[in-house]
Every structure is written in C-alpha cells, then in structure tokens.
Design a protein around this ligand. Structure first.
Ligand code: GDP
Length: 423
C-alpha cells in the first residue's frame, strides 16, 4: 500500500506519532516537502525525539528512509539529527535524492534579517531559511545535491551567486557579507558527509512501487499552511498536500492509495495569521499546558503554540484539499478536563454564516459559530477500545465526523505508540 500521512490544519496535529505507528508496516518512509522548520515528536522505547528532517522510519532498522527531491535539505540540521540518533544507539538506513535542493547558510540569515526588516509585518517565520530557500529554488539560483560533487563548477557557481546576495546583505540589511570560499569549504564537508546516502530516489521509489512495497509518505505542517490553498501569506513555502507527495518524490500521482489525514481534537497553530476559533487568557493557558505530551510548545522553536476549539470548517476544508480517505483524531485525552466542548461549525462574516473556508482577509474578521457538546470529565488514557470510551467522547467524535464528512478511523488517546483506538 502507498499511504500518505498529512495534516488537516496548521501542523502539529500529531502526525509524528501516527507515522511512527504506521511505519512498522512499511518498507519505506519518505519525506517529500518542507525542511527542518517543523518537527515531529516521537515517543518510543528509545526515548522522546523531535525529528525535523529525518523520516519517522528511522526507528525501525529494516525500513529505508528517503529524503526526496522536494525537501529543503539542511545538511547541518541533518548532521545534528543523525548524531542524536547515533548517540541513542539507533541504526538506520537513509537515502537522499540526488536532485534535492541544498539549503545554504545565507537562507537562514536572510530569513532572520527579513523578519527583522518587516518588524510588525513579520510572518512569524521559524527562521530556518525555508522561504528564501524556496525563492532561490524557483528562481533557479539554488543548488541541487549532485552539484556538490563537481568542485570546479561549484566554486564558480558560488562566486556568482554570492555577488548578488552580498549586495542585498550589505545594502538592504546592513549586515556582514558572506565569503563564498567559506561556503564552498562547508559544502565540501557536507558533500563528504552525505556521499554514501545520495541516490536516484525517484527511480528507487518507482521501482519499489512496481515491486509492491509498502511506502509511507510523511507530510510536514498541514493543509492550511499550503502555499496555494492555505492562509496566504501566513503559509509555508512548499506544498503540504498529499498530492505533492507524487511531485516531490517523483512517483505517479495515481500510485497513492490511501490519504490518512491527521487532526487534533482541538486546534493549535504556530506563527502569525487568522485563527477563527482561537482562545485567549486563562482558558488558553490551561489548554496549552495540558496539550500534546508536554504542553503546546513548538517542537522546533519551543514557541508557545496558539490554541483554540476544534474548527470543523477549517478541518473539513483541510480534509477535502488533501483528498482524505480516512481521518485520525489525536489528543482526545487532552479534552478530558473540559465541562463543555465547543466545536466551531460556521464562520459568521458580514451578517452571514459560512461553512466554507474563507480567504485570509475575511477569516480575520469572521466570528466562530459554536455548537457546544458536553464534556466527559474522566481520564480516558489507558482505554484500549473505542467502545469503552465514555458516551460523550464518542458523541464528540461522531459529531466531528459528520461535520468534516470523512470517516474518523483512528482516535489517539495518549502520546505513546500503543495509545490508539481503531474504529
Ligand atoms: P506533528 O508535527 O504533526 O507530528 O505534531 P507534533 O509532534 O509537533 O505535536 C503533537 C504533540 O502531541 C506531540 O507532543 C505528541 O507527542 C503529542 N501527541 C500525539 N498524539 C497525542 C495524543 O493522542 N494525546 C496526547 N496527549 N498527546 C499526543
């Protein structure tokens, strides 16, 4: 089976846990977009890990992990992540696409300088260099992995590349210029570090599909952060949709059989942008403190996440543009303390209630319309089957399912791998 696991919302839906769980039955796990700018939290027998670039199959020795061409390859971040796993005694197989774009040192700097320059108009970037990286990639001034192995050509390319970048650094940002020879030396080190992992990953995956292998495509962030379909401009710079798995990894679009979309039982988001069902003050602090496995704080940046009630309008939209064939709802246990459970079922804008996901300007002005369900007020961690859940918890799931229009096939009631209820 070829399966994609992707997010319905703003990211941090708990994809890492579900991917890790499903990885067990996979031969190959693939990252196809994004970079080290978000993280999956995985808790297993080796400990608690925040993965940013490595696919979640790294905890299983017999799985081949692929970083495909669509990824923003931050080799410095990759080195650190690989070291953390090695230190924990974990051995893994990793292939890196030879056409994958390499994130360069100036991307990270530019991201930081640009947010500084924007001041109040900033995007809330994670400052991992992702936006400048994709800008270079699509203006064809970037660097693919194979280019690291032609030294003469590389030096010449960098010299020309940094001429332009340094003008921007000096005159726009008033910052020190970059020495392209230093970048060159760093890149040669990187080239040496990854050389045994570099492969034609698109061919590898196409062959694996023909051989009937089980492949899992692991998405980063969620639908509402997609460049084309999300809350532009508060989006990420790559597509977060399952459809892009085919593009980023170089496989036929029709090869993907299953699109499992992950959504949390409440909402959380990082960065700027509209968030209709957001809550504030003590109510938000309480949810933030209880959320996830260690509170709702970014896996990459440690920033407190914005939180809110479940948004059925955003989630239905998020599932539809992903092409969800099934949905997994995570973090249901987090809601166990609540007396009442508001679910946002409509957006009121300009005197009318909408069920459609509106454009960014309208989302900022929209007011949430809530349907309030009763809470179950008991600890549901440790429950092993869906039928054993309190009636109110089942009602909550079934109400959401009706609103979003896709079957909720799995419910996660705790951060650990085995805390999952199948329906
Ligand atoms: P991802 O980027 O979508 O993988 O999400 P993150 O890993 O950044 O955030 C999800 C957080 O929720 C992590 O801290 C997980 O350990 C945690 N988590 C996942 N599923 C559950 C669950 O069912 N219950 C609880 N309490 N935490 C969960």
């Amino acid at each position: 089976m070829i399966r994609a696991i992707v997010g319905a919302n703003w990211g941090d839906e708990g994809k890492g846990k579900i991917t890790d769980m499903c990885a067990e039955q996979s031969d190959i796990v693939v990252r196809f977009q994004g970079g080290a700018n978000a993280g999956h939290t995985i808790i297993n027998e080796y400990g608690r890990f925040a993965l940013h670039l490595l696919p979640s199959g790294v905890f299983h020795k017999n799985i081949t992990n692929v970083i495909a061409n669509g990824v923003a390859l931050n080799i410095e971040a990759l080195k650190n992540e690989m070291q953390t796993l090695k230190d924990a005694g974990i051995e893994f197989n990793l292939l890196i696409g030879e056409r994958t774009q390499v994130l360069l040192p100036h991307h990270v700097l530019m991201d930081t300088y640009e947010e500084e320059r924007l001041g109040d108009r900033k995007f809330g970037s994670t400052k991992s260099g992702i936006a400048p990286f994709y800008a270079d990639k699509y203006s064809k001034t970037g660097l693919q992995v194979w280019e690291l192995y032609n030294k003469e050509r590389l030096l010449d390319k960098l010299e020309h590349m940094y001429e332009k970048i340094n003008i921007q650094f000096k005159y726009l940002y008033n910052k020190p210029e970059i020495d392209y020879k230093e970048v060159y030396n760093t890149l040669l080190e990187y080239a040496e570090f990854i050389k045994d992992n570099v492969a034609d990953t698109s061919k590898f995956l196409r062959d694996a599909i023909k051989e009937g292998k089980n492949i899992l495509f692991e998405g980063q962030l969620g639908s509402l952060k997609d460049t084309d379909h999300g809350i532009y401009p508060y989006v990420t710079s790559s597509s977060t949709l399952a459809g892009y798995a085919a593009v980023g990894a170089g496989i036929p679009p029709y090869a993907i059989d299953n699109i499992t979309v992950i959504t949390k039982a409440y909402s959380s988001a990082v960065g700027e942008g509209p968030f209709v069902s957001e809550i504030f003050g003590d109510e938000a602090d309480e949810l933030r403190k209880r959320g996830g496995d260690k509170g709702e704080f970014g896996a990459t940046t440690g920033r407190p996440r914005r939180v809110g009630y479940f948004d059925a309008v955003a989630t239905r939209y998020g599932c539809e543009i992903q092409g969800a064939t099934e949905v997994c709802m995570t973090c249901l246990d987090v809601l166990s303390y609540m007396d009442k459970l508001p679910i946002c079922t409509g957006y009121e804008w300009n005197g009318k209630v909408y069920k459609e996901f509106l454009t960014t300007d309208k989302l900022y002005e929209a007011k949430p319309v809530y349907t309030v369900l009763p809470g179950w007020k008991s600890d549901i961690r440790g429950i092993k089957s869906y039928d054993e859940l309190p009636k109110e918890a089942k009602d909550y799931i079934e109400f959401v399912e009706k609103e979003i229009g896709v079957k909720i096939s799995m419910v996660s009631n705790g951060p650990r791998r085995e805390e999952i209820l199948y329906r």
